[in-house]
Ligand binder design. Structure first.
Ligand code: SF4
Length: 491
């Protein structure tokens, strides 16, 4: 890994190599099965889970329907509380705003709380180009950063690494970034955690600027919320003089009371905890307590375009719990890097092609990175029907159609490489529209069934490489019906 998603190949190509990596698959299998089992137990403790889930989905949907109103309310509340709000239409604008804000402080180093939004925008690269060093302080993000790697899981970014690999990374790389790993560091979890603690403590105590995301933003009060397990977030949010938070516009909830739902749904779905060990909330700035300057960068980057799609917009309900990753058979085998974005797994397969569009080979391949088994929908705490959106996006890839890009309605051309699929669907559509043609085709297929190949020729061969073609019955259902129930009923 080179520390960037740029230029990554389409999902099948990336997955073809990652699925051959036995160590990666073993790491992923162990970690995802452990988390998913714990989650199931934590969720089973609540007898109103189904109602909580429905409430979470309803609050998110209502908020998204009135997103403009709530965002303006939030801006007003944050400003009134002493914060400054900046609007970023895309990743480049968000990164430029943050780089400028850091430069204005005169600092050249920042500490970061784990943040999906800044992974999405590639902020660290922009800061590095501006001569600013960004230090990740979440343990897993630190492992990823020291290893010049990329996150492969939403909650556990270094899930693809085992303890031995982490020890080697710490031994070899920590000294380049600050305090070196202790002599004779072993792969015992306690020793690894202590090495990270000592290394990070220096960063926290020297940092004048902190950068974070947020799990939620409360419109009525202008409050931001970060939930975490390690306490590094609390340090970054309270110690620096300047705090800059980059947050996707869909992270908003209308009222403080709405948090009650999500602060139950999120920890049980993500870390299988009844509540998060650290829940930090802040509203603007407070004299003598915490950062003296607070900037909120509100990130669009394809979200309003996604909102315009009546089927796909449900992806914006996501609270990034990662439960869908931990149950996905495709993620478990392919790993997170194959998805080529900050959002791996099932949520990445529906969110990335909406945020970035489906113009690139990689993005057009993502809606196919699923077996459509539906396990992701079952566990999603905000009831996102991921299979429904996957099928919707596959249709967009194959047939093109109307989409909104940067606020402008446009007609998308079909993606390359799906001509055979389109022709097959057209033929199927014609046959289903013409019962006589369908009947004749079924009879012909039944009579010639012994001659049918076991694998599809031409462009269909990849599909049948991993599947058995269903056998064609000697008699179609219609013919059977007619033979057993008589001609009249068989019409
Ligand atoms: S799609 Fe649902 S299950 Fe997946 S990360 Fe988002 S909220 Fe969690």
């Amino acid at each position: 890994m080179s520390g960037t998603y740029l230029g990554m190949p389409a999902f099948p190509t990336a997955a073809a190599s990652s699925t051959q990596d036995g160590r990666l698959r073993a790491n992923l299998r162990y970690a995802t099965h452990t988390i998913r089992d714990k989650r199931a137990k934590a969720v089973a403790e609540l007898d109103d889970w189904a109602r909580l889930r429905a409430a979470g989905a309803a609050v998110k949907d209502r908020t998204l329907r009135h997103l403009d109103h709530y965002l303006e309310q939030l801006e007003e509340a944050v400003t009134a509380a002493g914060g400054q709000v900046h609007w970023a239409a895309d990743a480049a604008e968000a990164n430029a705003i943050v780089a400028r804000l850091v430069r204005e402080t005169g600092e050249r180093e920042v500490v970061k709380v784990k943040s999906m939004a800044t992974q999405e925008t590639g902020l660290n690269r922009t800061l590095a180009e501006a001569g600013i060093s960004a230090y990740e302080t979440d343990l897993a993000e630190l492992i990823v950063q020291l290893g010049d790697d990329l996150p492969s899981h939403i909650l556990v970014p270094a899930i693809h690494r085992n303890r031995g690999e982490i020890r080697d990374i710490f031994r070899e790389q920590m000294g380049r970034w600050g305090r070196a790993a202790p002599e004779g560091l072993s792969d015992a979890p306690g020793e690894l955690a202590e090495a990270a603690r000592l290394h990070l403590r220096e960063k926290f105590l020297n940092a004048k600027v902190g950068i974070s995301g947020a799990n939620f933003m409360v419109a009525e009060t202008g409050t931001l919320v970060v939930v975490e397990s390690e306490g590094n977030g609390r340090m970054c949010l309270t110690l620096p003089e300047t705090l800059i938070s980059v947050v996707g516009i869909e992270k908003i909830v209308p009222t403080w009371q709405d948090l009650e739902i999500f602060l139950q749904l999120l920890p049980r779905s993500s870390t299988a905890e009844r509540m998060n060990p650290y829940t930090s909330m802040w509203t603007g700035t407070t004299d003598g307590d915490g950062p003296r300057t607070f900037h909120l960068v509100l990130l669009d980057n394809g979200r309003t375009d996604t909102l315009a799609d009546t089927v796909g917009r449900q992806a914006l309900r996501c609270i990034r719990c990662s439960a869908c990753l931990n149950v996905c058979p495709v993620y478990e085998r392919a790993g997170g890097h194959a998805y080529g974005s900050a959002y791996p797994g099932p949520i990445g397969a529906i969110l990335t092609p909406q945020l970035r569009g489906t113009a690139s080979e990689l993005d057009a391949s993502l809606p196919y990175a699923s077996s459509l088994c539906g396990a992701c929908y079952e566990v999603c705490p905000v009831a996102i029907d991921i299979p429904e959106v996957l099928v919707h996006l596959r249709e967009r890839v194959v047939q093109g159609g109307k989409v909104t890009r940067r606020g402008v309605k446009t007609v998308l051309k079909p993606a390359k490489g799906h001509a055979a699929e389109r022709a097959a669907m057209r033929a199927a559509g014609f046959a289903f529209d013409h019962p006589g043609v369908l009947r004749a085709g079924q009879r012909l297929a039944g009579r010639t069934r012994r001659l049918h190949p076991r694998r599809l020729p031409g462009p269909g061969h990849a599909w049948s490489d991993t599947r058995d073609l269903p056998p064609v019955p000697a008699e179609s259902f219609r013919d059977w019906w007619r033979r057993t129930r008589g001609e009249e009923q068989g019409k």
